[in-house]
Design a protein around this ligand. Structure first.
Ligand code: DAK
Length: 262
């Protein structure tokens, strides 16, 4: 599939996906989701990819939301279809067996904020703005915003942001636990890729297990969460990366993880 709404590239073993509709501040429509899903298929079938970085093309936006010009005339059935496509894409990001970093380089509003929150963590530039402004359009977040925001920032903060539709700065988003780190705009990409490279050097099997344990364990009680972890920890013993990591430590050298699946 040729892409016109996204840009897909690889930098070593790091995949980079950019929303590429800068004239509309990267607002997302069904074509964006179609292309993104195709790109995720490629990422899933490329075992050399260790990390995915998601960002927006241009100076102003990560994603300024769902495309309002597309949504304005949708029928209820079309709206439902749009919602399903969007939510399916977000669940795919969340369940992707490689870590996904949102590199938020400007507006992350509505659907854009929801996409960022479905990534494993968010790095933001100091000029980035976050918010769920759907209420000002007479609707509510439709790509899981009410759910993921309350899990990240707590119920009361999620209610305030979804009820007022107010935008918050990157620093405020960090203060409420939505964003991990904030960088000066010109440093964001470099810092994001530095972290991506650090993660990419780790073992693929262990990275996948960490992601699954934290995500699956989050919604269950501590005992069951720890059970999920023990199961995964046991499986690590079958990974050649475990032997390599521990042997490298004992031999006082850097490990070379191959990422073979057991
Ligand atoms: N959709 C379409 N076009 C957009 C857009 C958007 N979300 N955001 C910006 N643009 C376009 C603008 O229309 C403008 O186009 P031209 O006029 O140049 O053709 C261009 O991008 C530049 O925007 P501005 O001229 O407005 O730039 P400013 O710097 O002055 O303002 C802004 C930037 C981000 C503050 C402003 O553009 C803005 O407020 N944009 C809308 C933000 C917004 O409300 N986002 C949330 C969209 S609603 C659902 C599923 C999902 C959703 C809903 C339902 N269901 C399942 C039911 C999700 C909803 C949303 O995301």
């Amino acid at each position: 599939m040729d892409y016109t709404n996204i840009l897909f590239s690889k930098e070593g073993n790091i995949a980079v996906l950019k929303f590429n509709r800068p004239k509309a501040l990267n607002a997302v429509n069904p074509d964006v989701f179609r292309e993104m899903n195709d790109a995720l298929d490629k990422i899933m079938s490329d075992s050399s990819i260790r990390v995915l970085v998601l960002t927006g093309e241009g100076e102003k936006a990560f994603v300024a939301g769902a495309d309002i010009s597309h949504m304005v005339n949708l029928t209820p059935l079309q709206m439902k279809e749009f919602s399903r496509n969007g939510q399916a894409f977000l669940f795919r990001l969340e369940r992707l067996p490689v870590p996904v970093i949102a590199c938020v380089n400007g507006f992350a509003l509505g659907g854009g904020c929801e996409i960022a929150m479905a990534c494993d963590f968010i790095y933001a530039s100091d000029n980035a703005k976050f918010g769920q402004p759907e209420i000002t359009l007479g609707v509510i977040p439709g790509f899981g915003g009410t759910q993921r925001l309350s899990r990240l920032a707590g119920k009361a903060m999620a209610k305030e942001l979804c009820m007022t539709g107010a935008m918050i700065s990157a620093q405020e988003a960090k203060d409420i636990g939505m964003v991990n780190r904030v960088f000066p705009r010109e440093k964001l990409w470099e810092e994001t890729m530095k972290t991506a490279a650090s993660i990419a050097a780790k073992g693929r099997v262990a990275l996948r297990a960490v992601k699954e344990c934290i995500d699956r364990g989050f919604d269950v009680d501590l005992q069951n969460g720890c059970n999920i972890e023990s199961e995964a920890f046991g499986l690590m013993a079958t990974s050649p990366d475990k032997k390599e990591g521990m042997t490298a430590f004992l031999e006082k050298r850097a490990p070379e993880f191959k990422g073979d699946m057991y």
